[in-house]
Design a protein around this ligand. Structure first.
Ligand code: NZQ
Ligand code: ZN
Length: 384
């Protein structure tokens, strides 16, 4: 196991009736930028509840509605402008990962002299940020409890992740009931995203990180069990609650401390979204099994063997064979969630593979199996 420093400071209020804790935002001042998306929080009543609590606590609200899935740098710039003009004290995101990511970069941009895109390209430039608060409405990205934010400039076909301590949310409210209204498509895509975060951490070469692997398997089994239940019973509290907490734990550092590894399916997927604006979880569900096909070999079979036996209950002594079956189980699982299985399913052809593979390769450094531009291109080709 490698050395690490545990530093997750986000306060999580999990469960029913936790929204009242937004009152604690008063500690950061009195003027709030409320960041939300295309209207789901108005349709399910959450907007009214949030506004009421903020008003009862004397918090004044400036709104930034309309944040897009795959949030755009233009929305970030608008938010930064609002923070500056109105001298706002903090940012509250109410929504999924897109709203939270947008809020994080707004918070940093408000404390930065140049253009916010600089901060997307280089997290090292984020020295300060306004305090970020979140109310999560979709179990997926883990942004509610991590230091990352992913922003797109679709005019340039660019989608990049940035990271900094300063944008870690101060507090997040996680009420599984808020996810009852998430559509079947987004429920599945979110579950695939959590699965991918866990797998990106799970497939590492760090010796002796036994505990981290078992924690990953616990999350993976939780997803395998509860993903289909949430899909078919959207208001099943137990399923939504397990998915929601899995979303935070998969990426907040808990399973990767001491077992860090470079991620690779994510950099590949970000190119799909950058060029085709597809749903992040859909892209991950497509690419993951094809990446696994590529990564399974005599040296890595032991890990795929663990995966197959401990997550899917596959029996047998031959790691290669168990690994092959585990990859099929992964495919079947995504199929069960009605997720797309090929790039053609989401309208992607090979037109941009060359540049997409080149850009993805730059982000795949230090991954479980080294990936060159050519390797990535062959994974894209196989996924067609
Ligand atoms: O915009 P609204 O109207 O709110 O609708 C959203 C959106 O259309 C809807 N939705 C969210 N909560 C809902 C709901 N609909 C009904 N009821 C609710 N309770 O779902 C749609 C998708 O929302 P979005 O926020 O885009 O989804 P997600 O949470 O999956 O976020 C995806 C973004 O996060 C990035 C992705 O790349 C993508 O840009 N990621 C962020 C990460 C991070 N910060 O750590 C890591 C991830 O790997 C990922 O890259
Ligand atoms: Zn992800």
């Amino acid at each position: 196991m490698n050395n690490f420093t545990y530093d997750i400071t986000t306060i999580i209020h999990f469960g029913i009736d936790q929204l009242k804790n937004l009152a604690d935002m008063k500690a950061s001042g009195s003027k709030v930028l409320l960041v939300y998306g295309g209207g789901s929080i108005k349709r399910n009543g959450l907007y009214d509840d949030v506004m009421q609590i903020l008003s009862e606590n004397g918090l004044q609200v400036t709104e930034l509605p309309g944040v897009e899935p795959n949030p755009r740098i233009e929305s970030v710039r608008k938010g930064v402008e609002l923070c500056r003009e109105n001298e706002l004290d903090m940012v509250l995101a109410v929504g999924g990962g897109s709203c939270i990511d947008c809020a994080k970069v707004i918070a940093a941009g408000a404390c930065y002299d140049g253009d916010a895109w600089d901060l997307v390209l280089d997290g090292g430039k984020i020295e300060k940020a306004l305090p970020v608060y979140t109310v999560l409405t979709l179990a997926a990205t883990g942004s509610e409890m991590d230091r990352f934010a992913v922003i797109s400039d679709l005019e340039k076909n660019e989608k990049w992740g940035t990271a900094a301590d300063a944008i870690l949310p101060v507090m997040s409210v996680l009420n599984p009931e808020y996810t009852y209204s998430v559509s079947p498509k987004q429920t599945s895509a979110g579950t695939a995203d959590i699965m991918s975060h866990t797998l990106e951490n799970y497939f590492n070469n760090v010796k002796g990180a036994y505990l981290q692997s078992r924690m990953c398997e616990a999350i993976l089994k939780t997803l395998v069990h509860y993903g289909p239940i949430a899909l078919h019973q959207p208001d099943n509290y137990e399923a939504r609650a397990n998915l929601m907490w899995a979303s935070s734990l998969a990426i907040n550092g808990m399973v990767s401390y001491g077992a860090g590894v470079g991620w690779c399916v994510h950099p590949m997927e970000h190119e799909l979204s950058a060029f085709y604006d597809i749903t992040h979880g859909d892209g991950l569900a497509i690419l993951t099994p094809f990446w696994m096909d590529h990564a399974l070999n005599a040296e890595t079979a032991w890990k795929f063997g663990e995966y197959g036996r401990n997550v899917f209950g596959i029996t047998g002594d031959d790691d290669m064979e168990v690994g092959r079956q585990a990859i099929e189980c992964t495919r079947e699982y995504f199929k069960l969630l009605n997720l797309p299985a090929t790039l053609s399913d989401v309208g992607i052809d090979s037109t941009h593979f060359d540049i997409m593979a080149e850009k993805a390769a730059a982000g795949c450094e230090g991954s479980f199996v080294p990936l060159s531009k050519e390797d990535i291109k062959s994974i894209f080709m196989a996924a067609l």
